[in-house]
Design a protein around this ligand. Sequence first.
Ligand SMILES: NC(=O)C1=CN([C@@H]2O[C@H](COP(=O)(O)OP(=O)(O)OC[C@H]3O[C@@H](n4cnc5c(N)ncnc54)[C@H](O)[C@@H]3O)[C@@H](O)[C@H]2O)C=CC1
Ligand SMILES: O=C([O-])CC(=O)C(=O)O
Length: 335
Amino acid sequence: MLASSIQRRAFSASARNLSKVAVLGAAGGIGQPLSLLLKMNTRVTDLALYDIRLAPGVAADVSHINTKSTVKGYEPTPSGLASCLKGSDIVLIPAGVPRKPGMTRDDLFNTNASIVRDLAKAVAESAPKAKVLVIANPVNSTVPICAEVFKAKGVYNPKTLFGVTTLDVVRASRFVSEIKGTDPKDEEITVVGGHSGVTIVPLFSQSKHPDLSANADLVKRVQFGGDEVVQAKDGAGSATLSMAMAGARMADSLLRAADGEKGVTEPTFVDSPLYKDQGIDFFSSLVELGPNGVEKILPIGKVDANEEKLVAACLGDLKKNIEKGVAFVAQNPGN
Ligand SMILES: NC(=O)C1=CN([C@@H]2O[C@H](COP(=O)(O)OP(=O)(O)OC[C@H]3O[C@@H](n4cnc5c(N)ncnc54)[C@H](O)[C@@H]3O)[C@@H](O)[C@H]2O)C=CC1
Ligand SMILES: O=C([O-])CC(=O)C(=O)O
């Protein structure tokens, strides 16, 4: 009995990979709680924090938490960034400015596009095999920007680039549970499309409450949940704590899949075949994760008449957002 439990322990310990996780933008509103949650994750063995300010301070603070992983904060220099990235299995990118009331995510493009482009270049040079999780907005454009940079550097792997859309399903399950008086953990809501306004498409017809697809207020709340936080923070930024939780969940799912766990799925914005025939190269849907990243992209499944209209509205905007990201890199390749 004892021997077999020791054997089991030995097996589970040996089945786990060493995992270096890097956070770029680690001193920000998302970066700090995200770093905290990653420090609490026992699958992370090395946590590497980079920002243009304060990363060593955040690292010193987080490093006192009594879990086994090492934590290091890097100086805001090209060599600091390269050392941070070197050997990383997962790179999360929450670097970039957040919205203020009255702005759309697309209004962040002018500032964040070049930040993400330059960080993607550093990833291509120092961690070309890492799984890259893009949080910086507008995700619908920043993910194509990363893809174009990786293509130009000859390291593009569509299985390892992810736009983080987890917060949309986190919100959807919570909002439904509030209406139905249920536990959000029992409310799995599929959300597809992209990550802004009408490109966010909840598919309530596939949930336990198909009637909710006719609830226009709820659909709108999921699509514009981010605005609720932006307005409530009144100029001081957008969702940070719920986003940190969502980003940490996405990273944990990839780590579990890398450790051989089967059937791990997350919704995420990836290079997807689902609407390529309409010229849309990236789309968020449920994705099965494996040791190499994307294992299988699941189809969106059956949708009802309300949702068909939502998908149609999503595709128009999404196509433009993706094209904008691609055009940016073509016109501004940077140094
Ligand atoms: N994907 C999603 O669901 C969500 C995405 N976001 C987005 O995440 C981004 C970050 O939001 P917050 O953390 O609230 O902003 P923040 O302003 O609090 O933090 C951003 C951090 O990025 C750093 N930074 C800026 N340029 C950098 C560079 N070149 N290299 C490294 N670090 C750099 C800043 O110094 C700052 O510490 C925003 O673009 C926001 O819109 C926010 C919520 C949800
Ligand atoms: O709304 C924003 O700007 C931040 C975001 O992406 C979200 O909260 O979903």
